[in-house]
Design a protein around this ligand. Structure first.
Ligand SMILES: Cc1ncc(C[n+]2csc(CCOP(=O)(O)OP(=O)(O)O)c2C)c(N)n1
Ligand code: SF4
Length: 339
């Protein structure tokens, strides 16, 4: 009688400080991402946190294309490409396939981590329906990891639902008639998925500038059981037009200005983390201009545009039902006029 596989997960205790992080690498040399690409660091930390008994599935995008040049790959673990909008279905299908094979005794019963990653185009836009469906299937263990470089970067930086207001992309170049072509506010993907999937036990946001926090959230997501979701914030030197040496600093500034809050929602309980926690408890945020003006994609911003951006971030912290996480208002919402 084959051993019956249950929903057991690997025991992945949290790293207590950077000195306790494992030295093994499972995303190594052999990729050709741009210098300073934070998404490549995110891949490296994600799989370092997960460990060797992990299958990684990657939707089309920079982290597929730049990581699988003909006959080379930096992945040391089993890795498979999946279609641009399919990270959710690939995660669920792989988790279900493993479970069936183990139930039938066709492979040794052991908990194997399944991670499917996608970019913001693949996850926050095109693959949102499949991610949503996967987060309702609590009988399968898998993590969907959205790395957010705030554009469809691989096809030359087009606007996505995650692109910030006013950014210069190939679809929204500033011009003399219209200075701001992209006038939509960025989607709140992690908040939306956390609020809308009552049986998903874990949703978190991460930023590789806070590497230990990031790796520990990956470990939590993989060990809690059921489908989970993580959203990372990834400075992209090519798409955002900044000196590659600033990637880490921009990751910090996004958190310190309150633009990208670090939090987790575990079994319905929201916890802010690190500097985001301090902000939620009243610490002043740094002005958004310190973050925006370091990037060429906002070089056309006037004082009015900077004020508008600041006012929208202020709303997140002063008016949202759960600051930085869930954007409902208790009173009728005044419309802030765009410049
Ligand atoms: C269905 C489909 N439409 C379009 C493409 C072309 N395409 C390949 S990569 C890509 C960009 C993906 O953007 P994102 O998911 O944000 O990842 P990034 O490239 O930014 O890492 C696009 C549009 C495709 N591969 N499949
Ligand atoms: S375009 Fe951006 S996300 Fe893509 S490899 Fe270059 S830095 Fe990384």
């Amino acid at each position: 009688m084959p051993e019956t596989f249950t929903n057991a997960t690997q025991a992945l205790p949290l790293f207590k400080g950077v000195k306790k992080v494992s030295v093994e690498e499972y995303f190594t040399s052999g990729h050709r991402t741009c210098q300073g690409c934070e998404s490549a660091l995110v891949m490296r930390l994600m799989i370092k946190a997960a460990g060797p008994r992990t299958i990684v599935l990657g939707a089309t995008g920079c982290m597929y294309v730049a990581n699988t040049t003909y006959y080379t790959t930096p992945w040391v673990v089993p890795w498979m490409h999946t279609q641009l909008g399919s990270s959710g279905s690939a995660a669920l299908g792989t988790a279900a396939g493993l479970k069936a094979l183990m139930r039938k005794g066709r492979m040794k019963a052991e908990p194997i981590n399944v991670i499917a990653f996608c970019g913001d185009g693949g996850g926050a836009d095109m693959g949102l329906a499949a991610i949503s469906a996967t987060l309702t299937h609590k009988e399968y263990n898998c993590l969907i990891f959205l790395y957010d470089n705030e554009s469809y970067a691989n096809t030359d930086i087009q606007v996505s639902g995650s692109t910030p207001y006013g950014a210069h992309t190939t679809f929204s170049p500033p011009g003399s008639v219209k200075r701001i072509l992209h006038t939509r506010w960025k989607k709140n993907t992690a908040g939306m998925l956390a609020a809308g999937h009552p049986e998903c036990r874990y949703v978190a946001t991460v930023d590789a500038s806070y590497a230990v926090d990031m790796m520990n959230k990956v470990r939590k997501a993989l060990s809690i059981g059921g489908p989970t979701f993580i959203h990372s914030f990834d400075p992209c030197p090519k798409g955002w037009d900044f000196d590659p040496m600033l990637s880490h600093e921009l990751g910090e500034l996004a958190v310190e200005t309150g633009i990208f809050p670090l939090y987790e929602v575990e079994d319905g309980v929201v916890r802010h983390y690190g500097k985001t926690k301090a902000i939620a408890e009243g610490r002043p945020r740094r002005p958004v201009r310190e973050y925006l003006l370091k990037q060429g994609r906002f070089a056309h911003f006037t004082e009015e545009d900077l004020d508008y951006f600041q006012s929208k971030v202020d709303e997140m912290w002063n008016k949202w039902e759960i600051p930085g996480v869930i954007p409902f208002w208790k009173e009728k919402r005044p419309v802030v006029p765009m410049p």
